[in-house]
Design a protein around this ligand. Structure first.
Ligand code: NAP
Length: 360
């Protein structure tokens, strides 16, 4: 069923959190989707959305959502056919498969199911063909709905320069050091006593994700599954006192020797594949190469392309590997809600919306 204005009715799970609020904000004027239901924990269920939420993202709460009554997350998400999930990982592991089995198309930011062999880990500019894993997923699990996932927010940033260089020259090894914003820890997040005037060289579970997710994202579809890219990634992660915007400094060993001009050209030529470029959420320039010696910076560059462009700079020779560079991603826009919305657009454009809209 479509909504009164012919938009696809969608629900936002965990709509009161940092990422959930970004979903609500971005979906307010979306040309294809309309929010008809919001869920959260028992703490918020039963309240008006505007009363339940501590609104921390820019702008006002959209009037179309402010008066919705927050549902408990284990209930049916109403007339929605597509569901955006900003659930904590442990809750997502239970709730998302149940929804997919019930015919809903689930587009998730949670980490729980990202590495399941039949679940697409998707960035439309990077691996659009991985959407077809949904066929194997439905066959194996007997679902009429589906689950697709967006990567870890830090990975979403540095996968863009990795993709450009892997496609052009091949990548063998990457050492990556991240400086991650506090909004990446959710709300209220890291206590101010711990993060002000400080850098914390630990984020629970993060380094495992940075090691494994790039290999799946850059992997190849073979016989209906993903063969991970043959490379190693060694990450070190840090929480830093920045509000939004994850910075990653990479040293990369390429499969062959090339000049820095070649590297710059490969980065400059990065473009969204056919079809993906036309999605509402795809920025005009998915990867922006900055030539200034002091960019990218979170405060100056995170909002490029409405927060959906990845900024890359400091491209230089590396004396340990071959090339060094720095990338920046807006972690709650491209790295979370914006990325999952673009994934949903690609799912719809690829014809994989579940059966739910036709059943209801
Ligand atoms: N922040 C980022 O940059 C980022 C980026 C990529 C992915 N992610 C992922 O996105 C998800 C949400 O992160 P966040 O930063 O938005 O966290 P957050 O600000 O802490 O928000 C947590 C949300 O989960 C809800 N929730 C908590 N327990 C629940 C339960 N048992 N059942 C249903 N809902 C429950 C909360 O509802 P109440 O308000 O009712 O408690 C709230 O809406 C996580 O899986 C995270 O790993 C985050």
């Amino acid at each position: 069923m479509s909504s009164s204005n012919n938009k696809i009715p969608v629900a936002v799970l965990a709509a009161t959190g940092t990422v959930g609020q970004r979903f609500v904000s971005l979906l307010a004027d979306h040309p294809w989707f309309e929010v008809v239901a919001v869920t959260a924990s028992e703490r918020s269920a039963g309240q008006r959305y505007a009363d339940a939420v501590s609104w921390v993202v820019p702008g006002e709460i959209p009037t179309s959502v402010a008066d919705l009554v927050v549902r408990p997350t284990d209930s049916d998400p109403g007339d929605a056919s597509l569901v955006f999930s900003a659930l904590p990982g442990d809750v997502a592991r239970e709730v998302e498969p149940a929804l997919a089995a019930g015919g809903y198309a689930v587009c998730s930011n949670a980490s729980a199911l990202r590495m399941e062999p039949d679940v697409p880990l998707l960035v439309p500019e990077i691996n659009p063909d991985h959407i077809h894993l949904i066929k194997a997923q439905r066959e194996k699990r007997g679902w009429s709905g589906s689950i697709i996932t967006a990567p870890n927010c830090a990975v979403t940033g540095f996968i863009f320069p990795m993709k450009a260089l892997h496609a052009a020259f091949g990548i063998e090894k990457v050492h990556v050091v991240t400086m991650q914003a506090i909004s990446g820890a959710g709300y209220p997040g890291v206590p101010s006593f711990d993060i002000l005037d400080n850098v914390i060289p630990f984020i629970g579970g993060e380094e495992d994700k940075l090691e494994s997710e790039p290999r799946k994202l850059l992997g190849t579809m073979v016989d209906g599954g993903i063969e991970p890219a043959d490379m190693v990634v060694s990450p070190q992660v840090h929480r830093v006192p920045v509000m939004d915007g994850h910075v990653a400094a990479l040293s990369i060993k390429l499969a062959r020797k090339v000049s820095i001009d070649d590297v710059n050209r490969a980065l400059e030529q990065f473009a969204a594949p056919e079809g993906v470029a036309d999605l509402p959420g795809t920025p005009e320039r998915p990867l922006i190469l900055r030539k200034e010696s002091n960019r990218p910076q979170p405060r100056r560059d995170r909002d490029a392309g409405n927060g959906m462009s990845i900024s890359v700079g400091r491209v230089q020779p590396c004396t340990v590997f071959d090339v060094k560079l720095v990338s920046l991603v807006h972690n709650t826009l491209r790295g979370a809600a914006g990325g999952a919305i673009q994934n949903a657009e690609w799912l719809v454009a690829s014809g994989y919306l579940g059966e739910k809209p036709f059943e209801r």
